[in-house]
Ligand binder design. Structure first.
Ligand SMILES: Nc1nc2c(c(=O)[nH]1)N[C@@H](CN(C=O)c1ccc(C(=O)N[C@@H](CCC(=O)O)C(=O)O)cc1)CN2
Length: 365
């Protein structure tokens, strides 16, 4: 987990791609008057099963227009519920495959070092595999292990036919060459989608990657399942990391959005962000994106998971996104919360990639 900072949404509206030192929230923010498009989750056209549980049972159309005369509130995009639905769909598919072929998908996870957050993510991945019927294999190596030992584990899993997906939990200890290690994962087992060949194909028109990185794939899946149109929209991605920002921008472009990436060297980021219909923020700066940076009605996907000190929480901290939620919820038409937004989708997409891999290897449709 990134080092903890004291941060909250302040009254400052200056655009800075740096953490803000803030005061208490202004809950009585401005009263807005605009047409709010309310998005409700749909069963994805790409999903395996026809039903999305209770929350969309009453929905008859994709968009509902509502005129908000007083303080507006965005639809909260419920990543936790959508991820649960996807896990249920995957479990059904895995059972179908096992019954038809006797094959059980397998995921291998390599964890190096003793970061608490990484250990939690790996534990959660294993639990999620168990719940849907994926076999999981885990290798835990000490932080001072050699690069060669990590490479040896990858080679072993590359050669193991019961393993359909391999991932190396990131970040790796500083002394390791991340590029060399990620390049060693066989492209056909690269369920994280971080291999340069997969990323390269993602970037090219007319080429198809075998896998798409899980977090950006989860962002797009949320947009699809909530019936939010991407085609023709102005999208801004904040952050250009290999794991999220860059592949998110490539995916949005593949969906026919007009995409701008805003990063730490961008001049006047606020002005660019204000133009966007869809914003994906992945910078890891607590509460950085302010309500005043958002075009009314924009859709906000907040990938940031930032710890901020909170003496009232049993852990002494709580998690907040990159976006000042309390401000943005009054301006946007839809927004993902933190926690419970994009985070749970990351693991759901990993399960989905592992299932696809097993299906592809065994020619099962
Ligand atoms: N090899 C990889 N390493 C990392 C990835 C990745 O996709 N592949 N992503 C992140 C960590 N990550 C999965 O590995 C991950 C992060 C967050 C969540 C999540 O569900 N977050 C919850 C909050 C969790 C909490 O309370 O602590 C949420 O947002 O609701 C899942 C997976 C970096 N490394």
């Amino acid at each position: 987990m990134a080092s903890m900072i004291f941060s909250d949404c302040s009254s400052s509206t200056t655009a800075r791609l740096l953490p803000l030192r803030c005061h208490k929230l202004h809950r009585s923010c401005s009263v807005l008057s605009f047409s709010l498009r309310v998005f409700l989750p749909l069963t994805s056209s790409r999903s395996f099963l026809p039903s999305l549980s209770s929350f969309q049972a009453h929905v008859s159309s994709t968009f509902v227009s509502a005129k908000m005369a007083t303080e507006s509130s965005a639809i909260v995009i419920d990543g936790k519920s959508v991820a649960k639905q996807i896990r249920e769909e995957i479990a059904v598919e895995i059972a179908r495959m096992r019954e038809a072929t006797g094959i059980v998908p397998g995921l291998a996870v390599i964890l190096v070092g003793d970061r608490k957050d990484s250990a939690t993510y790996v534990r959660n991945k294993k639990k999620a595999c168990d719940a849907v019927g994926i076999n999981s294999f885990e290798v835990n190596l000490p932080g001072d292990t050699t690069e060669q030992e990590v490479l040896n584990s990858i080679t072993r899993f590359n050669e193991d036919p019961s393993v359909h997906g391999i991932l190396v939990q990131l970040p790796l200890p500083k002394h390791m060459n991340e590029e060399k290690i990620l390049n060693a994962v066989g492209i056909e087992k690269d369920v994280d989608g971080f291999h340069p060949l997969n990323i390269g194909r993602l970037a090219m028109r007319g080429r198809e990657p075998l896998f798409v990185p899980c977090t950006p794939k989860g962002c797009i899946e949320l947009l699809h399942r909530y019936g939010i149109q991407i085609k023709g929209k102005k999208a801004v991605v904040i952050g250009r990391s290999n794991i999220v920002g860059m592949p998110a921008a490539l995916l949005l472009q593949r969906e026919d959005a007009t995409v701008t990436i805003v990063h730490s060297r961008t001049n006047n980021p606020e002005d660019i962000i204000k133009e966007a219909d869809i914003i994906i923020s992945a910078v890891g700066q607590a509460n950085m994106v302010r309500g005043s940076w958002i075009k009314p009605g924009a859709v906000i996907i907040d990938v940031g998971i930032n710890p901020v000190e909170d003496p009232e929480s049993p852990r002494g901290y709580r998690l907040v996104g990159d976006v000042c939620y309390e401000e943005v919820v009054k301006v946007a038409s839809a927004v993902t919360p933190v926690p419970g937004g994009v985070g749970p989708m990351t693991i759901a997409m990993l399960l989905s990639n592992t299932l696809s891999s097993a299906k592809r290897m065994h020619n099962f449709n």
